[in-house]
Structures are given as structure tokens and as C-alpha cells.
Design a protein around this ligand. Structure first.
Ligand SMILES: Cc1cc2nc3c(=O)[nH]c(=O)nc-3n(C[C@H](O)[C@H](O)[C@H](O)COP(=O)(O)O)c2cc1C
Ligand code: SF4
Length: 539
């Protein structure tokens, strides 16, 4: 199908949608239960009142505020309702064009809405994730049209390089540089991989993007494949994400039907075949080389690097691996230009970042903010602070590989560099808020148990070290540790960090190290032969 035909179809869909006086959008994300019943109740009342030509009820992706779901958005009024039940349907319809229902109303001035800057999530909660026509009508695939019909692969790579986009999967590697390495690599066959394994406890950014706007990820992948010269790609997604898998499969099928995937895309000479590979839920399979092993049909064990996948990846061929959110950032960069993206964020961390807010926070959910937003703004303004009147104690960023940042650093602007300087990492964007009622040692023990269980066992420092660190933490939690245990804990963390083969082992000690730095007193209070407090102890 040619570009002109797809643009005509998009215009037809827009015209259809514009024909309704009101749209009622119901979140159909995994967190908003009973959405099917709400949709059915709304449609039943609309049919009974003969309002089918005036009111359109649509299921959409996640609107972000999962704590107050199911959320319903009424357009064009932009009225948001919280914790909606099927029993509210009649009242919602009766209130259209009149005063909103006060008991359900989510104020438009809520910082959760006003303080965000949506780029990747711009269409999340606005379109039906299961309709390619909705995506096209909202301007979807225009970046593919532009890239394939107006730009050379080198122009695209330059644009991505100039944007300053860095990989959102955790390491923050410059995306344009990775693309240019794959493009320059020699080899007849090149592959493309989307890493949708997302195994960090508390993280659901990638799941939500895939469930809400699967076509945005496909669009980023198509542009990437064209830029680096790949004609075959895989989306590696964990089987525990059934809704994401279902919507991805549908999206691929619809894109193929419209000739946005497959042979001679948009009538040109570029071909791309995309397939889904299901992961079985091992955290280590998110590590890029383990992921490649898994796609090739072997057990997911990391390979030593170099060679890096960009040079020698799937079946020995150059392979571009990027994260879901990285790919979802590509269409807006191509549409709006590198300068626009580079104008957002900090000097070295450009653009916006999606974070999953969980733990002891009022507004559990998904947010997107410019890099450089402070932790305080995220927790206390957008996140609504700590429920139950408790005091903030720490925020854990970066998942099991990350660190715990205390209250004294709440004014830190979030960036790859600033979080690294505090002994934590940005990771893929999980943020777990911890309040004064939680013990840091207990929390760290939980993360270490996770790493111990998820260690693939290939290298000794990680396989044995994470188990030994876990045992020591168990002694601290049981108030049975000694000063010698504290010394062993520090020595082991250092050893595992510096000698493990892959990122799992190399970063597993981070939660311990950051809490030893900021919450050392909690460890000291749990040893049987205590050391008297010193002025350096922070807590
Ligand atoms: C133990 C471990 C788990 C990882 N899990 C993921 C994951 O689930 N998703 C992801 O995108 N990257 C994950 N990564 C990072 C990948 O190895 C890789 O850096 C990333 O997919 C590259 O994409 P990006 O440049 O777009 O960030 C993980 C790394 C490690 C060490
Ligand atoms: S560091 Fe851990 S997860 Fe990585 S290869 Fe070694 S044992 Fe496996």
C-alpha cells in the first residue's frame, strides 16, 4: 500500500471520529479491572437512548493513574473520572456537556496530570491499542512515511545521534552510536531485536507502552531496521505479559495488511519481517547476550562481551538491540526533529523518561517527565506524596541493580549521571518509594534474594557471592550479625561487583552498597558486638 492510500485512510478515520459530539474513553489497561463491564454498561445505555450517532465509547490504553483506576476520560471536555464502576455509566452519560460528576471527578489541575510531559505516552490512553486506524488517524506511521520516502539511512542515523537519545533499557548507551555501528558492520544479514523482557520488580513501563501503543514500538522498529539495513526482527517479550503479547500480535498482523511490514514496505524496496519470541520470565534473559541465546533456542546464559551484538549478534550477524521505550521515542524524533528532543532534559540526558511509581506513594502509576525533573517533584507533586501521614525514607531507583536514595538527595534532578553519582542508576525506570515504617536491611534482603534466585549460575562470583551476601543479610535481619559479618558483607559486595560476567552480578550489590552508604546505622543496630555511633553515621 502506498503512502497516499494510507494517508487517505487516516483522514477517513479522523472524519469518522470527528463526527461524534462526545467520546468516552475507558482505560483498558491491565490494572483497570472491570473495564469490559464499564464499556458494556455505557454502550447499553447509549443504545437504549438512541445516542449511537452522538456518543462513541472507546477502549484505550493506560492513562497512568493506576492507583485510582478504572479511569474514564470524556472528550472534548477533557473530564477525567476515577474509580468508575459499571453502575456509574448512566450518570456519566447524563452529565455529558453539563456539570461533571463531583464525586468521581479527577481535578484537571492535579499535578499528576499538569506536571507531566508526555512524548512516548502522548497517545497512551487516547487511542484504541487494537486499532491501526486509530493510530494512523492520530498521526501514527507518519515518521515511517517520512523516513522511508524522504530520508536516507544515514540521515536518520544522524538525526538520532543529534537528538542525544540514550537507550532506555538501563545502560543509557547512545542510540545513534549503536545504530551507526550496526549500519557500518559488515555482513549480508542484519537483525533487529526489541527487548521487551522487563523483569525488574516494580517496573511496568514497557508492558504499558506495548499494551497502550504497540504500533509506536513497531513504527520505531521499522525506522531502525531501514536505517541499519536489517530485514528481519524479533520482539522478545515475556510470556507473563499476555495482554501485551495479544496486542502486539494483532498490531503486527494489521501492519502487515497495510504493507507497513512485510515485502516492499510503502511500495519501496525495503522489506521487514517481524516475529514475536516469548520469554519464560528469567530476569537474566533481559541481558542482551542472554536474550540472543534464548532467541537462538538455547538456555539464556550471557555471553562474554566483546564481541558486542552490534557486530556479532544473532547467529553471528550484526544485530541491533534496543528497548521498547527506546523504539517508542523514535517516531517523535523523526517527526519533530533532533533539536526538539535535544531541547528537553539535561546536558547529557536528553528527552523525557517514563517511570513506574510504586511502593509507599499515593499515586501509584506510570508517569513521563523531562530528564532533570527532581526526585522531590516526582514523589511529592506528581506522585502525591506518602499515604498515611508517614515520612519519606528513601526511593529505590533502577530495580534490583539500583540503589536507595535518602531524603537528603530528594532535590537531585533525575539523569543518568546524577543517579549514578548517588550510587544508584536510572535503570529502566522503576521507582519504589520507601517510607519510615520499612527497614532498609529487609528491603535490601528482598532484592538480594531476587538476584540470588535469578542468577543464571554461569560464573562463580555471582552464583556463590549473591547467595553468601543473602545469608549475611539474613543474619542482619535476625539481629545475629557481627562486626566481622559487616566486613565480609562489604568485601563480598566489592568482589561480586568487580568480577561477575554480566550486568546482573555486576550490579546486584548496588542496593547493599547504597544502603551501607546512606543507612549504615540500620546495619550497625543489628550487630551483636556493636560499634559505638560515629559522627559519620547518617542514620
Ligand atoms: C540482568 C539484566 C537484565 C536486563 N533486562 C533488560 C530488560 O528487561 N529490558 C531491556 O530493555 N534491557 C534490559 N537489560 C539491558 C540490556 O542488556 C540492553 O542493554 C538493552 O536492551 C539495550 O537497549 P537500549 O540501548 O535501548 O537500552 C538488562 C541488563 C541486565 C544486565
Ligand atoms: S553475573 Fe550472574 S547472571 Fe551474569 S553470567 Fe554470571 S552468574 Fe550468570
Amino acid at each position: 500500500m502506498q503512502r497516499e492510500e494510507l494517508e487517505r485512510q487516516a483522514a477517513t478515520r479522523r472524519q469518522f471520529l470527528d463526527g461524534f459530539a462526545h467520546h468516552i474513553l475507558v482505560c483498558a489497561g491491565l490494572g483497570c479491572l472491570h473495564n469490559e463491564e464499564i464499556i458494556a454498561a455505557l454502550r447499553e445505555i447509549i443504545a437504549a437512548q438512541g445516542l449511537e450517532q452522538q456518543i462513541l465509547v472507546r477502549k484505550v490504553g493506560c492513562m497512568g493513574l493506576c492507583a485510582l483506576g478504572p479511569v474514564v476520560l470524556v472528550l472534548p471536555e477533557e473530564t477525567s473520572y476515577q474509580t468508575v464502576t459499571p453502575g456509574d455509566a448512566a450518570e456519566i452519560i447524563a452529565a455529558l456537556g453539563k456539570q461533571p460528576i463531583q464525586r468521581l471527578l479527577l481535578p484537571a489541575t492535579l499535578p499528576f496530570f499538569t506536571r507531566q510531559h508526555k512524548n512516548v505516552l502522548a497517545l497512551s490512553g487516547r487511542i484504541d491499542p487494537e486499532s491501526i486506524d486509530d493510530y494512523l488517524a492520530a498521526g501514527g506511521y507518519t515518521a515511517v512515511f517520512k523516513a522511508i520516502t524522504e530520508m536516507r539511512p544515514t540521515d536518520i542515523i544522524r538525526e538520532i545521534q543529534e537528538s542525544g537519545l540514550r537507550g532506555r533499557g538501563g545502560a543509557g548507551y547512545p542510540t545513534g552510536l549503536k545504530w551507526s555501528t550496526v549500519a557500518k558492520a559488515t555482513g549480508k544479514k542484519k537483525y533487529l531485536v526489541c527487548n521487551a523482557d522487563e523483569g525488574d520488580p516494580g517496573a511496568f513501563m514497557d508492558r504499558s507502552i506495548l499494551e497502550s501503543t504497540p504500533h509506536a514500538v513497531l513504527e520505531g522498529m521499522i525506522i531502525a531496521a531501514y536505517a541499519v539495513g536489517a530485514d528481519c526482527g524479533y520482539i522478545y517479550v515475556r510470556a507473563e505479559y499476555p495482554l501485551a503479547v495479544k496486542r502486539l500480535k494483532l498490531a503486527i498482523r494489521e501492519a502487515e495488511r497495510k504493507n507497513l511490514l512485510g515485502h516492499a514496505i510503502c511500495g519501496g524496496a525495503f522489506n521487514l519481517n517481524l516475529q514475536i519470541r516469548l520469554g519464560a520470565g528469567a530476569f537474566v534473559c533481559g541481558e542482551e547476550t542472554a536474550l540472543l541465546e534464548s532467541i537462538e533456542g538455547r538456555r539464556g546464559l550471557p555471553r562474554p562481551r566483546p564481541p558486542y551484538p552490534a557486530e556479532k549478534g544473532l547467529w553471528g550477524s550484526p544485530t541491533l538491540i534496543n528497548n521498547v521505550e527506546t523504539f517508542a521515542n523514535i517516531p517523535p524524533i523523526i517527526n519533530r526533529g533532533a533539536a526538539w528532543f535535544a531541547g528537553l532534559g539535561t546536558e547529557k540526558s536528553k528527552g523525557t523518561k517514563v517511570f513506574a511509581l510504586t511502593g509507599k506513594i499515593s499515586h501509584t502509576g506510570l508517569i513521563e517527565v523531562p530528564m532533570g525533573t527532581t526526585l522531590r517533584e516526582i514523589v511529592f507533586e506528581i506522585g502525591g506524596g506518602i499515604p498515611g501521614g508517614h515520612a519519606f525514607k528513601a526511593i529505590q531507583t533502577g530495580g534490583p541493580s539500583g540503589g536507595c536514595i535518602p531524603a537528603e538527595h530528594l532535590d537531585t534532578p533525575v539523569s543518568y549521571e546524577s543517579l549514578g553519582a548517588l550510587g544508584s542508576i536510572m535503570g529502566s525506570g522503576g521507582m519504589i518509594v520507601i517510607d519510615e515504617t520499612s527497614s532498609m536491611v529487609e528491603i535490601v534482603k528482598y532484592f538480594m534474594q531476587f538476584c540470588r534466585d535469578e542468577s543464571c549460575g554461569k560464573c562463580i562470583p555471582c552464583r556463590v557471592g549473591t547467595a553468601q551476601i543473602f545469608d549475611l543479610l539474613t543474619k542482619f535481619c535476625g539481629y545475629r550479625a557481627t562486626r566481622a559479618d559487616l566486613a565480609s558483607l562489604e568485601m563480598l559486595c566489592d568482589l561480586v561487583k568487580n568480577t561477575s560476567l554480566c550486568g546482573l552480578g555486576q550490579s546486584a550489590p548496588n542496593p547493599v552498597l547504597s544502603t551501607l552508604r546512606y543507612f549504615r546505622r540500620e546495619y550497625l543496630d543489628r550487630i551483636v558486638d556493636p560499634i559505638p555511633p560515629s559522627p559519620e553515621d547518617k542514620s
